[in-house]
Design a protein around this ligand. Structure first.
Ligand code: ATP
Ligand code: MG
Length: 506
């Protein structure tokens, strides 16, 4: 658009001199724009409100009101329109005042009509440019909002990783999957969210190689959510060069991931269910076959014990009774193993209710503390967060904690400064955590993956079913368990359960 070309647009002439107003309207109309004339400020404003003009040419002195205040009103009600002010009584002050109030130009009467036409062309060009800029800005805002909506509604995690490894952008999918607010995510690095140290190291390598190379790189990594639970994610990282169009200076690594947790969980549950189904069938048959001879053997032992009691030879009697006691203990162990088997194969129905964690932890402490103390070790119940409730089944949760405490106790055997700690704490609004920790030798990284495998044990007298049962109970609660065992030794078993409000007192 050039100022020499005839203009489109609309001009309002405001002058109390009707002839002059009409003549100017006609003169300017010949140049292209549509024009109208008003002979008083009030009429001009009404016309402006009814149909906005692109330009107002206003006489500054009119008997029915000041052109300066009309100038102000026009600037306020029609900010995109330009105003040219004209007067017969020119003074530097009025000129400066008009320009200060936002007038496009100041024209002294009498003026050269061609000069007015040129000024009007420029003013109309200015208005048209401003309107165009506003329209483009609105288009841009709309298109940005659309992009954001699309990126946010994709069922995937999308992040942009900056040169300092922090997230420079993330979509709603990432916010939902990871449980942190967008602001919190934007000040963190993806690597710090990896559930394991090894996972974090691998993730850092993959992001660095995506940054260095030009090809997308993929990897699967488990990330930890804000509530402590874990998500299995599959990522594709690709380099994103600095954007010339969006003006960004930094090259980013774009990460797009799908959340595989539910699928992995489903596959794991299916595999477990299959394994459990075969164990159940086997157990049902074996239990019957084993229980009978076990009972018979226990009965025979009792008879043997009675006979031995009657032996005249005191030395011989003691020896026999000692052997009997050993066999009895072994039979008891067999019976326990059978019970564990049955428990795994045919889990009892959970009776869910709000469980006061303080009470539950006190019970477990009271139950296990004497044995731990006898072994000259310490069992500390930490105060933790008060008045927390978990939604759970009291009996099975107690079984979980007893198993973990016994494992911790076993790990400390032979240590002189050994101690087990038990504590409960809030995990955000919706979950609670319980930790059983010990300062024993820790768990070697290579066996961490086997902890929940049935019959995996490092103990001579262990069955390796304890943690399998623990995991199964927690899965059925919708809970999770995770072991943390730093290089320097010590183990923390951290459980996460659904938080429950306190039960109604009545
Ligand atoms: N706190 C711990 N410190 C070190 N190792 C541990 C700890 N807890 C568990 N483990 C390791 O995990 C293995 C499996 O534990 P799990 O409770 O399943 O079986 P177990 O204790 O060996 O036998 P049981 O079936 O009698 O409980 C243990 O044998 C031990 O190697
Ligand atoms: Mg155990």
């Amino acid at each position: 658009m050039t100022t020499d070309a005839p203009q489109t647009g609309s001009i309002l002439i405001v002058d109390d001199n009707r002839d002059l107003a009409d003549n100017l309207a006609e003169l300017l109309r010949d140049d292209g724009p549509s024009t109208a004339a008003a002979y008083a400020p009030g009429t001009a404003l009404t016309m402006m409100r009814e149909q906005p003009f692109d330009l107002a040419v206003i006489d500054i002195r009119m008997p029915e009101g000041s052109g300066m205040s009309l100038l102000r009103d026009v600037r306020r009600s029609c900010p995109e329109a330009e105003v040219i002010v004209m007067t017969a009584n020119a003074s530097l002050n009025t000129a400066m005042g008009a320009l200060h109030e936002g007038a496009f130009a100041y024209l002294e009467k009498p003026f050269d009509p061609q000069h007015l036409i040129t000024l009007c062309r420029r003013a109309l060009t200015q208005t048209a440019l401003r309107r165009e800029r506003r329209r483009l800005q609105q288009d841009l805002t709309r298109s940005e909002a659309l992009y954001r909506r699309v990126v946010d509604s994709v069922d995937a995690l999308i992040v942009g990783i900056g040169p300092d490894d922090r997230l420079a952008m993330c979509n709603q999918g990432a916010v939902d999957a990871l449980g942190y607010s967008r602001t919190a995510l934007l000040s963190t690095s993806l690597v710090s969210l990896a559930a394991s140290e090894a996972g974090g190291e691998r993730l850092a390598e993959v992001v660095a190689s995506a940054r260095a190379g030009r090809k997308p790189v993929t990897m699967e990594v488990t990330l930890r959510r804000s509530d402590g639970s874990e998500r299995v994610t599959h990522w594709t990282f690709s380099p994103l060069e600095p954007g010339a169009r969006d003006g960004s200076q930094d090259s980013l690594v774009l990460g797009v991931a799908s959340d595989l947790t539910d699928r992995v969980d489903l596959e794991r549950r299916a595999a477990e269910a299959e394994a459990m189904a075969s164990i159940a069938t086997l157990t049902a048959g074996l239990a019957h076959e084993i229980r009978n001879p076990l009972n018979a053997a226990a009965l025979q032992l009792q008879l043997l014990e009675r006979h031995a009691d009657k032996l005249a030879d005191a030395d011989g009697r003691t020896k026999v009774l000692k052997r009997v006691a050993i066999v009895e203990a072994e039979l008891a162990r067999l019976t326990n193993l059978l019970d564990d088997f049955l428990n795994l194969a045919k889990p009892q129905r959970l009776q869910l209710s709000p469980i006061a964690l303080r009470g539950l932890l006190q019970e477990v402490h009271a139950l296990q503390e004497p044995a731990i103390r006898r072994a000259h070790l310490k069992f500390v119940l930490e105060p933790g967060d008060t008045d927390l409730f978990a939604l759970g089944d009291h009996g099975t949760l107690k079984q979980v904690l007893v198993n973990l405490v016994v494992n911790a106790f076993d790990a400390l055997k032979g240590q002189t400064d050994g101690r087990v700690k038990l504590r409960a704490f809030a995990q955000g609004e919706t979950r609670v955590g319980i930790e059983v920790s010990d300062n024993g030798p820790g768990i070697a990284p290579e066996i961490v993956d086997n902890l929940f495998t049935p019959f995996f044990t490092s103990k001579e007298a262990g069955t390796g079913l304890g943690l399998t049962i623990v995991k199964r109970i927690l899965d059925r609660h919708g809970g999770s368990i995770q072991f943390v065992s730093p290089h320097g030794g010590g183990t923390t078993a951290r459980i996460s359960l659904e938080r429950s409000p306190a039960p109604d007192p009545c």
